[in-house]
Design a protein around this ligand. Structure first.
Ligand SMILES: [Ca+2]
Ligand SMILES: [Ca+2]
Ligand SMILES: [Ca+2]
Ligand SMILES: [Ca+2]
Length: 401
């Protein structure tokens, strides 16, 4: 027996009182997948962050290549590391800083000294610097988790700093032996060391049931965002709705245009993270192959460009460190080291580095990978649109590695 039901009234009062910051209008969302899938013929990993506008389809946003740059070389072996599956996100626009620095996220599993219950962010001090915003240990103490171990798997941070989060598994809490289930939502006000009574998963199950017009068992709560007095959420079950965005609005609705059927994937997909998107979108850059040998033809692919407009490819051998970024629209910052010889050389050869986007906003650029045979070389690349000066994400082409 648990006291979960008897806490429902108190939780409902908290629910009404705390969700009081309105947001205006329909807004794009960020999502992440639980498993790899294929979108418009391109592989999407379960770590990547995708952008979703009402009606879809999903578009790449923070792709695997950009995440490697910002996650950095975590184990010190000289090459960049991929974060393991990201399973919780919140996003706040930070003007003048690269887009990833507005992201708070949690990993699916412990990695490189980070815990799967830590809330992490990409530090503004530069790509590759990752900080713990709130540690798993702090959250364990705030909830009084008996076994001392949690995995955060859904996250929303209110404008007043209140943290809403869900756990990946049921956990026994405190001396009262309360069970917090994996579809419940913990509430931790800004500055508090103890969590408030959690929001019961029965609220979300009832909302999903009302939205779908039938009684459903939602399983785990996988994604969470705040929408004025309501919460947006994503669920584990049923499988034909486990990538849909639901709202507690009016007792429960599917958010129009954000149903699973609109995402546009080749496969049946499930999502595991949800947040509001940046106000600005940006061209998304990737290289194929990501790790060429010197001389190998390498394709830079760009999606989300302004249709039919020219863009230029900029390259450097180093990332700008510590406040040296230049502010531009789109991705938010040029992070190429401005004094780098390759960067200066690319500026001197700009006409050769100009491409033109297709009428659908795609671009590509083909070049042989530079460098001496067998010698490891990193080349950082960003693309900038000439008219709008919108920047793409950076990538690092890891040559001979
Ligand atoms: Ca994911
Ligand atoms: Ca996690
Ligand atoms: Ca943990
Ligand atoms: Ca959960």
């Amino acid at each position: 027996m648990t006291v979960r039901v008897s806490r429902r009234f108190a939780a409902s009062c908290v629910f009404a009182a705390l969700l009081c910051v309105p947001r205006a209008g329909a807004q794009d969302l960020l999502i992440s997948l639980s498993d790899p899938a294929t979108l418009a013929g391109q592989a999407v990993s379960d770590t990547e962050i995708l952008r979703l506008a009402a009606g879809g389809p999903a578009q790449p946003c923070l792709n695997a290549a950009a995440l490697r740059v910002y996650f950095g070389d975590r184990n010190g072996d000289g090459t960049l590391d991929d974060p393991n599956d990201i399973d919780a996100i919140d996003f706040v626009d930070v003007p003048g800083l690269p887009m990833p620095t507005g992201l708070t996220f949690s990993l699916l599993a412990d990695q490189a000294g980070f815990k799967d219950g830590d809330l992490l962010h990409f530090d503004p001090s530069g790509p590759g610097n990752v900080s713990v915003v709130v540690s798993e240990g702090f959250l364990v103490q705030a909830l009084e988790v008996v076994d001392g171990n949690i995995d955060v798997d859904a996250l929303a941070i209110a404008d007043d700093g209140t943290i809403y989060f869900s756990l990946a598994e049921d956990e026994l809490l405190g001396l009262a032996q309360v069970v917090m289930q994996d579809d419940d939502v913990a509430v931790l006000p800004q500055g508090a060391v103890k969590a408030l009574p959690f929001l019961p998963g029965t609220v979300f199950e009832a909302a999903a049931s009302k939205a779908l017009g039938k009684n459903v068992v939602i399983g785990d709560l996988r994604g969470l965002e705040i929408d004025g007095n309501d919460l947006l959420f994503q669920i584990q079950s049923p499988s034909d709705q486990d990538a849909s965005v639901f709202s507690t609005k009016n007792g429960g609705v599917l958010v129009a245009g954000f149903e699973e059927s609109k995402l546009g994937f080749a496969e049946n997909v499930e999502t595991d993270a949800l947040a509001y998107a940046p106000s600005q979108s940006f061209p998304v850059l990737a290289a194929t192959p990501a790790k060429p040998i010197s001389g190998a033809m390498t394709t830079l692919s760009i999606r989300g460009l302004t249709p039919s407009q020219p863009f230029v490819v900029l390259a450097a051998q180093a990332l700008a460190q510590g406040g040296m970024s230049a502010v531009f629209p789109g991705f938010g910052a040029l992070v190429l080291e401005p004094g780098d010889p390759l960067f200066l050389a690319s500026l001197a050869n700009l006409p050769a580095l100009i491409g033109v986007a297709s009428p659908t906003g795609d671009g590509s650029f083909l070049a042989p990978a530079p460098g001496a045979t067998g010698v490891p070389l990193d080349v950082v690349v960003q693309v900038v649109e000439l008219a709008s000066t919108n920047l793409s994400n950076p990538i690092v082409v890891e040559i001979n590695q």
